[in-house]
Write a protein that binds this ligand. Sequence first.
Ligand code: ADP
Length: 650
Amino acid sequence: MPIVVTAIPSKFGIDTHILRPSSTILPDPAHQRELIDAAIAVNEAPTLDEAFQALARAGLSLLDCDRLTVVAWNNGLSLGTIQADTGESLGEPVPAMDGSADAIRNELAYSGPPQINGFSTSLAGSLQPFAHVVRVPLATVHGIATFHALWREPLTDDAATAAGELLRTLTRLTSIAERSLRESEQLKLDSVLDGVADGIVFSTATTATPNAAARALLAVPEGLEFKTALFNPRELDGTSFELPPDHVPGAQTIATGEGGRFRIRVTALDGRELVLDGSISRAPGGAVIVFRDVTTEHRREVLNEHYLYALFNSMPIPLTVRDASTNEIISANQAFLDLIGYVLDEIVGAAPPFPFWDPNEDKTAGFEQPGTVVRRVYRRKDGRPLPVEVLSHGIPGDDGTSALLLGVVTDMSEKRRLDQQLVQSGKLAAIGELAAGVAHEINNPLFAILGLTEFLLKEIEPESKAHQRLELIQQTGLEIKEIVRALLDFARENAEERHVVALDDVIRSTVDLVRRTNAHKGIELIDSYNDGGARVNASPNQLKQIFLNLVANARQAMPNGGTVTIHVHRDGEQVIAVVSDDGPGIEPTALERIFEPFYTTKRLTGGTGLGLSVSLGIAESHGGKLTATSEPGRGAAFTLCLPIAQETAE
Ligand code: ADP
């Protein structure tokens, strides 16, 4: 009994159907049962081959024939054509086919577009035992494959009518199946798109269809038209794109055909500020925009940059970053800028020789290479020399070679000062030991010289040459006496008795003394106090000596007059007195040496070079410090810091 079977197997990426018995042609319940079983077998077959075999077996059994042709053809055929063709063919046995698409087309007067994937020969072979197999192109247009089983035996009229009936039924079913499949495909596509976490928008020139993620991300309610301007899109730096209100996403790509990647800022309709990252590409009839919310990542990246810069900038160690190939300065941190006294803009982009290099320095010394330490002398913007050590680290780039050089700069002036202080305290201690002995040794003969000179002066004619020479001897002797006294002071300074005194009292009485004698001749002396009467544990006489020295030095530095200012203030647990003048100041090279014993630039005018070293000794023995700063041509300032005595320190 002939029959036509149509199946759309579900296993092969497609929707379910078929094998439906028609009561018209298969009134026999036994056949219905068989047909349903065959449908199940075809639909449950694990492979396409097996589906075919199941189909062929069902056909052989149901048709009760020993030869069967299974033809498969794709959905690209219109169903109407199938019906007509098949109907026609049903009238006569289908001759054996050689398996080519053309043959089928000829046999069935099939005029649909020939399509794709031919069945495999193995499949054809596997069906040979029970069916005459025709290999035909099988397309998966819309993902549907349709199989028709045909037979070769001549049909009875009844059978032909029944088969025609069945075919119509199946055709109807197939068409329903196809429609519902299309709908479900669309639904499936929508649900797939809506299931995607990324925002997807399909745009035509005038409309944009967002998926659920796109709507959720931008808080766009259902029904609201998806226009770009709603979200105020702008560059990462905030520059707005200022789009017309009816602009749809991707409109430009649709117009120009050019897509690309983007990272922009937008404001979601619920007010959230977002950073979106995505791409726009052309699609048939419009453009597809796919995007993601990267707000957090973006913020992290930006934060990283900020943090790293803040870290670099707040490092207390002076640092520079240079381009390893050109040595140009890319950046420098605040500690470095503070050290050299330049602002960043003045040095960024500078190539060697850098503005902060000492112009007199030997340029052949070579430039810092990664892993090396170079000693050089910088010149601060104010002209002061600055000995430094620069340690260079290479920072590798993508290719592993040094892309950047990190310069770690150590200010050596402090170390040098400490070294000098060490040398100096050594010298001071040695002098202290010697001083007392030497002073005594000198004092005795000196006493004799001065005594005798004085005696002789009285005896000799006052205006005579001899008298003048004796006066010279006496003057020189007195100078020696002065030096000896200074040495003795120096040696004795630790021995002096100390008690708690207000520093401003000590200074006031010193200033008084200076004013009453002619020690302030030609200079204006200004004193001011802002230390709240801070008290120190000290020897008042020794402190007086410091101030007398400082004022005397200032006066001597300003033979044509000037102003000496003494200002006293408190700084935490310290009281600070600054003695400054507006004289010629001290050259940097001299500044490094003025506290050395016997260093003087006034040798010709009787300078001993002991004033400052004695003063420093006194300051240090009081647990304090005496330092000097000077801008050549603009005066010098000496700062005495003393710890405030415990009783007033609370
Ligand atoms: P002296 O005054 O005997 O030379 P000091 O130890 O007191 O010895 O001073 C050392 C040197 O420091 C001086 O010779 C001078 O060159 C320099 N000096 C000290 N104070 C000043 C000042 N106020 N202005 C300029 N130079 C100064």
